[in-house]
Design a protein around this ligand. Structure first.
Ligand SMILES: C=C(O[C@@H]1C=C(C(=O)O)C=C[C@H]1O)C(=O)O
Length: 123
């Protein structure tokens, strides 16, 4: 097993708490599923929201999935001119037997344009 990092991002239609929690949970579950991970394989999760997001802490969505024993941290993304609005990002450090190029990064709901080199088709 090796420690690796996996990235994810999703975009909100609106900045509302219920929707944010739903989209963040969807993202977290997709990151785990696409990389054959369980929460036992996760070391830590860092989440960001763009500065226009004010409705909820994305970490709450991860906890609501039952991932309660993993250190979580939320922060605000850089306020770059022209950047995509209402984006939730995550980076999870994980234990995995996968090679670096076997890690599947997850970009949902229109965010593939952020990193078309990393992102697969939105499933
Ligand atoms: C491009 C993204 O957005 C921003 C830019 C990043 C980059 O250039 O690597 C990484 C995270 C964000 O700060 C992304 O989420 O992948």
């Amino acid at each position: 097993m090796t420690i690796r990092a996996v990235r994810g991002a999703t975009q909100l239609e609106v900045d509302e708490a219920g929707h944010l929690l739903e989209r963040t949970a969807e993202l977290m579950q997709a990151v785990l599923k696409r990389n054959d991970l369980t929460s036992d394989d996760v070391i830590s999760i860092f989440l960001t929201a763009t500065p226009d997001v004010r409705s909820a802490f994305p970490a709450a969505a991860v906890r609501a999935l039952g991932i309660t024993d993993v250190p979580l941290m939320c922060a605000q993304e850089l306020d770059v001119d022209g950047a995509m609005p209402r984006v939730i990002r995550l980076m999870a450090h994980i234990e995995t037997a996968r090679a670096r190029d076997g890690i599947r990064h997850v970009y949902l709901h229109g965010t593939t344009v952020l990193r078309d080199d990393l992102a697969e088709d939105d499933e």
